[in-house]
Design a protein around this ligand. Structure first.
Ligand code: NDP
Ligand code: 8X3
Length: 254
């Protein structure tokens, strides 16, 4: 039977690559994001290229009313969600705590923690009604170890780590698998967003080594969802070969 996956933050980077990888495998997709034009284009491309059903939903995961408006009003057919990928997220800024921007903090906390909670509460209840499902949270190496000036971003990803563990316990009796995928450096729009459009600063992050691509992460997620029913790959850290910790890179790879 065709499985349905909801992917948050599908307008770029990891979410977009996961949407494409899942479409290639014939999944029905609900894709979300704020940038309507990009989402509409992606939905059209996936439908045409892979002949799958795609429902684009335009909302901000930080705004509970918008999340509820979109997810509580799904048609009966679209309520049957088998897989949720909590991917929408961002880093904003990289500064010592005493210099941090409170707007950046609010944005990261509201997106990376509260957004995951708002979406997961609704979708987990749909999964319980449907008899089960699989939730995959996109954490980070930044949720496993803290790095200088990463303070609030790291805290939000530590929260995703804790929520992944908590969900696994809360849904243990509900036939819902919970997995977490924690990437190191993946070249997407992530650093452009973190440095607010400063392309030079963003590209310096990946200088001298080969970063992961969004499709490397999509491959791992596909592997996780294809595991046999009795297997849960609960927590995966995936790093570029040149990365040995949150801060240690071999930048001599050219
Ligand atoms: P991108 O910036 O390329 O993609 C982020 C996605 O999140 C976009 O689709 C964006 O859509 C969406 N998003 C951001 N804020 C909101 C919001 N308030 N409401 C709805 N959607 C939102 O970055 P990545 O693909 O790299 O990031 C995806 C996830 O991976 C994030 O959770 C990030 O923390 C995590 N991650 C990234 C790593 C990296 O090195 N790139 C490493 C480890 C983890 P839109 O703007 O259209 O709303
Ligand atoms: C993204 C990876 O190390 O830039 O979560 O925070 S890092």
């Amino acid at each position: 039977m065709t499985r349905t996956a909801l992917i948050t933050g599908a307008t770029s980077g990891i979410g977009e690559a996961v949407a494409e990888a899942f479409a290639k495998e014939g999944y029905r997709l609900i894709i979300t994001g704020r940038r309507a034009e990009k989402l509409t284009l992606l939905a059209g491309k996936l439908k045409e290229q892979y002949n799958v059903e795609v429902l684009p939903l335009y909302f901000d995961v930080r705004v509970l009313d918008q999340v509820e408006e979109n997810l509580l009003n799904l048609s009966e057919a679209w309520k049957k969600i088998d897989i949720l990928i909590n991917n929408a997220g961002l880093a904003a800024g990289l500064a010592p705590l005493n210099d941090g921007s409170m707007d950046d903090w609010e944005q990261m906390i509201d997106t990376n923690i509260k957004g995951v909670l708002y979406v997961s509460r609704i979708v987990s209840n749909l999964m319980i009604e449907n008899g089960g499902g699989h939730i995959i949270n996109i954490g980070s190496i930044a949720g496993k170890s803290v790095y200088p000036n990463g303070n609030v971003y790291c805290a939000t990803k530590f929260a995703v780590d804790a929520l992944s563990k908590g969900m696994m316990m809360d849904f243990n009796q509900k036939n819902i698998k919970v997995s977490q995928v924690c990437p190191g450096a993946v070249e997407t729009e992530f650093s452009k967003v973190r440095f607010k459009g400063d392309e030079k600063r963003a590209s310096a992050v990946y200088e001298g080594f080969k970063p992961l691509t969004a499709s490397d992460i999509a491959d791992v997620i596909l592997y996780i969802v294809k595991a046999p029913a009795h297997v849960n790959i609960s927590d995966v850290v995936i790093l570029p070969a040149a990365q040995a910790s949150a801060t240690l890179f071999n930048r001599k790879q050219s």
